[in-house]
Design a binder for this molecule. Sequence first.
Ligand code: HEC
Length: 139
Amino acid sequence: MNFFKAPQLGTALLIGSLAFLFSNTAQGQHASPWNAPESVQSQKNPFPADNASVARGKNSYKLECARCHGLTGQGDGVAAPKLGKVLPDLGDPAVQNQTDGELFWKISEGRKPMPYKAKALTDDQRWDVINYLRSLRHT
Ligand code: HEC
């Protein structure tokens, strides 16, 4: 009888995986709100947004963020079309009106497909990246 069960199990697994993939895709089309916890809102950036910090931040951003967000944050990175999620324009008020603490938390936590701690960046590097992000604000 085990002979019959194996293909049934295979079919069940296949249907399960397809349903999972499909639900992920469907989720991607409706951006749900992404809110940082209140406790991080007033966290201060340890680095002043001087030229040196912005330059360091730009460097890290190029390595860890630009492939999705594009060099100027407009969501036009090479990997963007494959993400199945709409990328926010990082210069828009929706992003720029958030505090450094909120942005730091989001860049640290990530949210699929955005990677956790943007993979390889240290705390200091992420604070510098935020100073670079501030330079992308639309005037
Ligand atoms: C693999 C692609 C990818 C990479 C790499 C990536 N992001 Fe993102 N990022 C996204 C996606 C997709 C969203 C939208 C996430 C959502 O709304 O769930 C996002 C959202 C954001 C947001 C907006 C959060 C908000 O409030 O809506 C910020 C800020 C951000 N990313 C900064 C960065 C920074 C800085 C880096 C590099 C350190 C980075 N991202 C790396 C894909 C990426």
